[in-house]
Design a protein around this ligand. Structure first.
Ligand code: FAD
Length: 385
């Protein structure tokens, strides 16, 4: 960050940096994200998660009573920056730790908190989020997967899609319709579903990058104990909003990866020759490099503003849509410029993968069009279309 770290954040940063230097060995460095991990790399990611958990670093934003550190926003930023700087791998349980746990803390019974949170923290359970359906994505409240009460169980039938990590998950935060006779937001409930229950089927979807990040989930009369209802019955929309609020809260760290990629791209342009000269000497490419550099810096300014708001107790407003939109555009522009620098070689390796993956970034966490609507209405004050 460019803000001066207050002394307690500086101390935390120094302590964590020293801890990383002592504990992050090459077995773990650069392992990437759980979404792309399989076999041995998944096991090493689990191992690294336990090393973090044992030291109290697996979920620093959680309150101490659940195994976190109650870290301030600035400490969380310092943590993310140090993890990124050191090449530490991504989270084993990203949806669980960042999105689902806050919902369990806010809405869960004492028993649910005591049972689920420690297992999530140590990576004993990996969690996925079963929200989207084939006909309910941006318009999530239209979801149709139904749960019918039968004594002390709900009987769940329906289909979910675009489910990240479902192939590895042991538990799912599932949105279901429990009342069809009320306005659509009011008839939804949230269930915590054991993925090993009879009737749950996970079908991996292979994406254009060749990775198995997503899954379709099918529920065929799955009997979920009523004890696994999260929050009050029919109040699932409010539980979902708690979960998604934390997804949007990730805005503050988006620039870290973007600015690293811009730096890599500049290096690539300096070292790759076009017609015998460095690509960075080409006047058209130079303009484009300058543009992505500035986009990365602009994203950092938006992030600083979001961090400042959070540090002063202000909610993240519609500006998060601006940051999300700029982030996905910037990632797309970086991939385009890399393709101009590398020519046909841009179709392979990590630049080739990025060039395909950036499409997903225009959809995940709110699509480009939906975010433009939010910006138009809530920032620019334009009328609804
Ligand atoms: C990387 C990634 C990870 C994901 N992980 C999960 C997960 O773990 N769990 C989960 O439940 N879901 C997940 N999703 C699904 C994601 O939430 C949905 O894809 C998203 O909500 C959009 O829904 P949709 O795909 O049905 O598209 P739709 O909502 O059907 O949209 C189709 C097109 O119409 C446009 N559109 C829609 N509404 C409007 C409007 N009002 N005005 C103008 N244009 C509009 C959209 O912008 C889009 O271009 C993930 C998606 C991605 C890409």
């Amino acid at each position: 960050m460019n803000f001066d770290d207050p002394p307690e954040v500086e101390a935390f940063r120094a302590e964590f940096r020293a801890w990383l230097a002592a504990n992050l060995d090459d077995r773990y460095r650069g392992l990437g994200f759980a979404t792309a991990a399989e076999g041995d790399s998944l096991e090493r990611l689990r191992e690294w998660n336990r090393v973090l958990a044992d030291a109290g670093y697996a979920a620093i934003a959680w309150p101490a009573e659940y195994g976190g550190r109650g870290a301030s926003v600035l400490e969380q930023v310092a943590f993310a920056e140090e993890m990124h700087r050191s090449g530490a791998p991504g989270s084993l349980n990203p949806l669980g730790i960042s999105n689902i746990a806050p919902a369990i803390m806010q809405w869960g019974t004492e028993e649910q908190k005591r049972h689920f949170l420690p297992r999530m923290l140590r990576g004993d359970d990996i969690w996925c989020q079963g929200f989207s359906e084939p006909d309910a994505g941006s318009d999530l409240a239209s979801l149709k997967t139904r749960a019918v009460r039968d004594d002390d169980h709900y009987v769940v039938t329906g289909q979910k899609v675009w489910n990240t990590l479902g192939h590895l998950a042991t538990w799912c935060e599932l949105l279901v319709r429990t009342d069809t006779d009320v306005p659509k937001h009011k008839g939804i409930s949230c269930l915590l579903v054991d993925m090993s229950l009879p009737g749950v089927e996970v079908r991996p979807l292979v994406t254009i990058t060749g990775e198995r990040e997503f899954n379709e989930l099918f529920f065929d009369e799955v009997r979920v104990p009523v004890a696994d209802l999260l929050g009050p019955e029919h109040e699932g929309w409010r539980v979902a909003m708690t979960t998604l609020a934390y997804e949007r809260g990730g805005v503050a760290n988006l620039h870290l990866m973007v600015r690293k990629k811009v730096a890599d791209l500049l290096e690539l342009a300096r070292t790759t020759k076009i017609d015998g000269r460095p690509a960075s000497d080409d006047p058209v490419i130079r303009q484009k490099l300058a543009k992505v550099y500035l986009e990365g810096e602009f994203l950092k300014l938006l992030a600083d503003r979001a961090i400042s708001d959070a540090a002063h107790g202000r909610d993240l407003g519609p500006e998060s849509s601006l940051a999300k939109l700029l982030w996905s555009q910037c990632e797309g522009h970086i991939a385009e410029v890399a393709a101009e620098v590398l020519g046909p070689a841009a179709n392979t390796g990590h630049w080739g993968r990025d060039r395909l993956y950036v499409r997903a970034l225009t959809i995940a966490g709110g699509t480009t069009e939906v975010n433009k609507n939010i910006i138009a209405q809530r920032i620019l004050g334009l009328p609804r279309s």
